[in-house]
Design a protein around this ligand. Structure first.
Ligand code: SF4
Ligand code: SF4
Length: 235
């Protein structure tokens, strides 16, 4: 490996963690070029790398939420979609400025805002970047599952042309677990395991989920997954 690339990657990771990233990885987007180009925003294909960063969701917030309460009264919704989302956007903006200051192109992708409201898709898939970076793997819930926090994370990405050392993706399987499939109140999951290159609709009906969450602050697929709830026993 080129030592300048390694030094740049190391310095960027240090900066990102100091700014609040609990998870950090670099994705090479080259293997996913055709998939990204087929999405709603082919302009993102100009970037060969994505920096994937995550923040943990505190267990107290994940475990106290009650899906039948109204969204506007929900502490869970407030923390996950207002506090953490905003913190991730500030983190990504700082990281992008750090890269631009060193002479590279960088585009911070919003943590949450959908760009294509017809398909309920963002500008770029944070989960794809995190998976390619080796930050985690994708479960039957379509959530990113990480070794440290299970699915109790939120993600953000920065696209860049900086020559950073990319991580290696890895896959694991949910196996016989169907907890999220059975727990989801609107049966949005099909129970099919993730396969690279296959569309989200094979595993997940995002419209069912979105419709339900218009009123309810549901995050049962996050709170019920044993990969997150067993984590404290592994720490
Ligand atoms: S957030 Fe709730 S409704 Fe949406 S997929 Fe998860 S469990 Fe189902
Ligand atoms: S609840 Fe079970 S099936 Fe669903 S993502 Fe977690 S481990 Fe996989």
């Amino acid at each position: 490996m080129n030592s300048k690339m390694t030094m740049l990657t190391h310095d960027l990771e240090t900066f990102s963690r100091q700014r609040g990233a609990d998870l950090f990885g670099i994705a090479s987007l080259v293997p996913a070029h055709d998939f990204i180009a087929s999405g709603s925003n082919p302009f993102v294909t100009q970037f060969p790398r994505a920096i994937s960063m995550g923040m943990q969701l505190c267990d107290g917030i994940v475990e106290q939420h009650t899906p039948n309460e109204l969204r506007r009264h929900s502490l869970y919704w407030h923390h996950v979609y207002e506090v953490v989302t905003r913190a991730l956007d500030f983190l990504a903006y700082d990281v992008a400025r750090w890269l631009i200051g060193k002479g590279f192109k960088a585009l911070p992708v919003p943590a949450s805002t959908p760009y294509n409201f017809d398909k309920l898709e963002g500008v770029f898939s944070h989960k794809l970047a995190a998976h390619l970076a080796g930050v985690g793997w994708i479960g039957k819930s379509c959530l990113l599952l990480t070794d440290r926090f299970g699915p109790r994370v939120r993600l953000v990405s920065v696209l860049t042309d900086a020559p950073l050392d990319a991580g290696m993706p890895f896959d694991r399987a949910c196996g016989k677990c169907h907890v999220c499939v059975e727990t989801c109140p609107v049966k949005a999951f099909t129970g099919v395991e993730f396969r690279a290159g296959e569309g989200r609709e094979v595993r997940f009906d995002v419209f069912k989920c979105s419709e339900y969450r218009r009123e309810h602050p549901c995050g049962l697929c996050v709170s019920s997954c044993p990969m997150g709830s067993r984590r404290r026993h592994r720490d």
